[in-house]
Design a protein around this ligand. Sequence first.
Ligand code: NA7
Length: 548
Amino acid sequence: MVDAQQTVSTTPATVTETFDAIVVGAGFSGLYMLHQLRKLGLRSRVFEAGSDVGGTWYWNRYPGARCDSESIYYMFSDHVSEELLQEWSWSERYAAQPEILRYLQFVADRLDLRRDIQFNTRVIAATYDEANNQWLISTDNGNQARASFLITAVGCLSAPNLPKFKGLESFKGTWYHTGNWPHDPVSFSGQRVAVVGTGATGVQVVPEVAREAAYVYVFQRTPNYNIPARNRPLDAEYIQQIKSQYREIWHKARISGFGLPYDAVNRSALSVSPEEREQIYWAAWNKGGFYLGIETFSDLLVNKEANETASEFIRARIRELVYDPKVAELLIPRDHHFFTKRPPLEHGYYEAFNRDNVTLIDVRSTPIEEITPQGIRTSDTEYEADAIIFATGFDAMTGSLFKMNISGRDGITLNDKWADGPRTYLGLATHGFPNMFMITGPQSPSVLTNMTVAIEQHVEWITDCINYLRSHGVRMIEAQAEAEEAWVNHATQVAEATLLVNTPSWWVGANIPGKPRLLYPYVGGLGFYKQQCDEVAANGYRGFALQR
Ligand code: NA7
């Protein structure tokens, strides 16, 4: 493998440099987009803030960081490269961050992508220059570049959210945000560590740090329905079997609701006897992972009574797993339904609370009042800590787009246009911002799916679209206001038919003060969504204005 540092492109873009396309971000989406643009013969440049490829897997290096999608499905498919698909073998059912990062480095090297990626370069402004029908991109190293197309590949969870805690600057220890973890090794050996946040990230951090640190305080505001991941090493025989079935696997994943080749069911949780229901839940629980939400019953996300049966099942498991009944009760969610917030997958999370060196603090009843030089003070106690880990999530879906200061036609900024919530056509484009595409933008399935499958679908749609524009002599494409309005209404209607909109979560923007409340990802299912995108393309890009 080629050394990343040696191959980092050292030629910065200059104001005179013009590309056919500029892609922002070098994670899964940016890498595949670049590969596809090259195949079309476009001169492209990727700007990446990190010093290497990886995106999410470059930044999230915290202890215990792993993907919650099964590794064999969380990778580039045969569409990208049959050869790489057959060559790469995962070591575990859920790959840990270092392995996923190695995989993305492997892909970047083998597809020779690095020479068109400018690392250590953050886009600070992107302005549509109407006179020239070009995007003008400014970066934090003072350079500018122009391009006909702007494609954002910035990820959905890439703007870390650090809540404003009074007194943080006075803290004498070291503090970290999981989404911006240091590259040098961090040791918590012998330390007292405070972990704030118990979402998918905090749930991964706690058992890992508990094994190493002298003491761990877990500050929980809202308990989650954590599902056992049941991670395991993957043996060569199993990997071989999967590799021989990939064609069918990817097909099934692409037409599925969640981008996973699981067997969708069509039965209500209320249509079977309590005994049968229990059996079905147990089978999924023992299998581990998202099967509990996907392969059990089809009405868990739309029917409260049906959902309550799954919620109760998990509550009973928490009572069994956690020895101290008082702690177990604190860990049991009651204020929302299962899967109406992203359920974390856990790797010994509940068992961690049976250890002598772990204490759960319920900050709902005793809120964090301030960070002190010694630690964290809640309304009733001061907890002394040598380190604080903030696992407090992200300004999801729109946070990173807003940070780029994008302005479209007539100087309208994306931030202003979306002040009351994102308005997109298919989550791919937005009116007033010609020749700009968003990979896994808001109002596309994105975070409600296995991301790599959603990413491939978007990248391929954008590639086909650009190819069409070039072969039909179209210089400019722009989502029409009416088509956008119809898509926003459709996405809203589908969302409102589910229980997701009523639970405060990052899916609905509830974790960021002042953020408009709506379901940011599209919940109509990936397969159905893909059909709609394909129909738009087949009808000459219906809903888009094309200018020759
Ligand atoms: P999440 O899921 O947004 O979790 C953040 C956690 O931090 C959650 O438990 C929050 O409690 C907690 N939080 C946030 N602000 C505070 C304050 N001010 N005080 C106490 N606790 C707070 O982010 P993750 O990084 O865990 O996961 C993001 C996604 O990454 C995940 O869903 C996967 O898709 C991968 P709350 O629930 O808001 O009460």
